[in-house]
Design a protein around this ligand. Structure first.
Ligand code: FAD
Length: 426
């Protein structure tokens, strides 16, 4: 179609609002043409140093903003897995928590990710964990970090509802002498899953890949506006936690000037922050992390507001490697899990239901001649077909209305006019 815009390079991915800010392009680019910038109101995005990126298409091979293909997962072809059109492929589903009380308490939900990471360090003798933590020099920001001890993991446990780009430091895993663990958002892990196919040393050194269920990443502006609600100056903060220290934990901020901490409940802070998620996050078909070895999220179906619970997670085992490590971690006393099932995932999470609307949203975008990411292997059409006619029309019309009202129907490059800060590579 003559009017249809096509994604031809990485700059197009960014300008059409499809970048997820994983940082994989910065890691991969051998021309040193890309650095990362955190645009406060947008998220982490690549900045291009020369015109090389306009001619180069290498990054499109693994860019999760451009394409995701669940058909390429080796688990898609295995016989001992269950395939569900809304949940993807799973070897097993569990629910439970870390046995270590400190980890469970400090973590977001049941501390499964931190406990698995600790097991890999202590029992599998993996070299380190590459993941995300608060940037101590600016608590508003995240930083890609390397954890080697339980103390490191305790410091970095808990979700940070702000932009992160853990793929920016994949060279550290690639250059490691022994295998390592990677923890990232589902989109980071999707980039990694494509990259490991073209970078053999990276592949060899990936001992375990973990992710969490993800409804999308709010921009830094979300945090800044939330701090304003609490009458805290963003320049004045000392530490900032989005949750953890109990389940679901509080949004907590301590400032340099005031001795007392300010806090908000998880419900209030997340319902504020979620409005700052990007356009691309709202199109995500992979919120339950199909490209990881193991994905974990809140076991909300067990949560009762007035009954204290130190934290419970749901665990989706996505690969043979994930299954092997999970079982060994249970036997070694790191995890306390019991079998769960698809019904529990639906009872706990609204995320899988989102997939039902996605085909209609993408269709609406195409009707405005706006480029969309290529999603394969997510059963988007088969789950869309089952919606009522009313639902189908509402999704398409609602998406078109939102795109027009928010000015998302044309190229919209994040510009230098927006407040930004460079991300420093490890
Ligand atoms: C932006 C975002 C949206 C989320 N949306 C949902 C949701 O809709 N439903 C749901 O059930 N769960 C969601 N989660 C995940 C949830 O908050 C927990 O991370 C999950 O339950 C795992 O808990 P845990 O106790 O096992 O993790 P922990 O043991 O606390 O470990 C958390 C790990 O996540 C890493 N991490 C924290 N923040 C980030 C980040 N911004 N980017 C990359 N890595 C990070 C940390 O480095 C740490 O290794 C979201 C998390 C984030 C960061």
């Amino acid at each position: 179609m003559a009017f249809m815009q096509r994604i031809k390079n990485l700059k197009d991915v960014v300008d059409w609002g499809l970048c997820v800010g994983c940082g994989a392009c910065q890691y991969y680019c051998s021309y040193e043409a890309v650095s990362l910038v955190n645009f406060e109101s947008v998220g982490i995005r690549p900045k291009f140093h020369n015109n090389k990126c306009l001619e180069c298409t290498e990054c499109l091979e693994f860019c999760p903003g451009y394409k995701l293909n669940a058909n390429l997962l080796s688990s898609s072809h295995s016989s001992d897995i269950q395939s569900h059109p809304l949940l993807g492929s799973t070897y097993e589903i569990w629910e439970g928590n870390a046995i270590d009380h400190e980890l469970r308490y400090r973590a977001s939900s049941g501390g499964i990710l931190s406990a698995l990471a600790l097991y890999c360090l202590e029992q599998e003798h993996m070299n380190f964990i590459l993941h995300t933590g608060m940037d101590p020099s600016n608590p508003l920001l995240n930083k890609t970090v390397v954890s080697k001890t339980k103390a490191d993991l305790l410091k970095r446990a808990g979700s940070r509802y702000a932009p992160s780009s853990p793929c920016d430091s994949l060279h550290i895993i690639e250059n490691s002498d022994t295998p390592c663990v990677f923890i990232g958002k589902p989109c980071d892990v999707a980039a990694l899953s494509s990259l490991r196919k073209i970078r053999p040393k990276l592949d060899k050194n990936l001992g375990l890949v973990l992710t969490f269920f993800c409804a999308g990443t709010p921009s830094t502006q979300g945090t800044i506006d939330l701090l304003k609600q609490l009458h805290v100056q963003p320049d004045d903060i000392d530490t900032l936690a989005y949750r953890g220290n109990g389940w679901p934990g509080l949004f907590k901020v301590s400032s340099k000037k005031h001795t007392s901490e300010k806090s908000l409940t998880y419900e209030k802070s997340w319902s504020f922050l979620e409005k700052y998620r990007s356009f691309r996050c709202k199109l995500c078909p992979d919120s339950l992390g199909e490209f990881a070895d193991i994905a974990s999220g809140d076991a909300w179906h067990i949560y009762k507001k007035d009954i204290p619970n130190p934290g419970m997670s749901l665990v989706l085992v996505r690969s043979k490697r994930g299954k092997e490590i999970l079982h060994k971690a249970m036997e070694a006393g790191y995890l306390d899990l019991k079998r769960s099932n698809t019904q529990a995932v639906f009872a706990a999470q609204g995320l899988p239901e989102r997939r039902k609307e996605l085909f209609g949203r993408l269709l609406a975008i195409k009707l405005l001649f706006i480029p969309t990411p290529e999603f394969k292997g997510f059963s988007l059409f088969s789950v869309w077909k089952r919606n009522t006619l009313h639902m189908k029309i509402k999704t398409i019309a609602g998406t078109i209305k939102r795109l027009l009202l928010r000015g998302l129907w044309h190229r919209n490059p994040p510009t230098q006019k927006l407040r930004s800060i460079s991300i420093i590579k490890q």
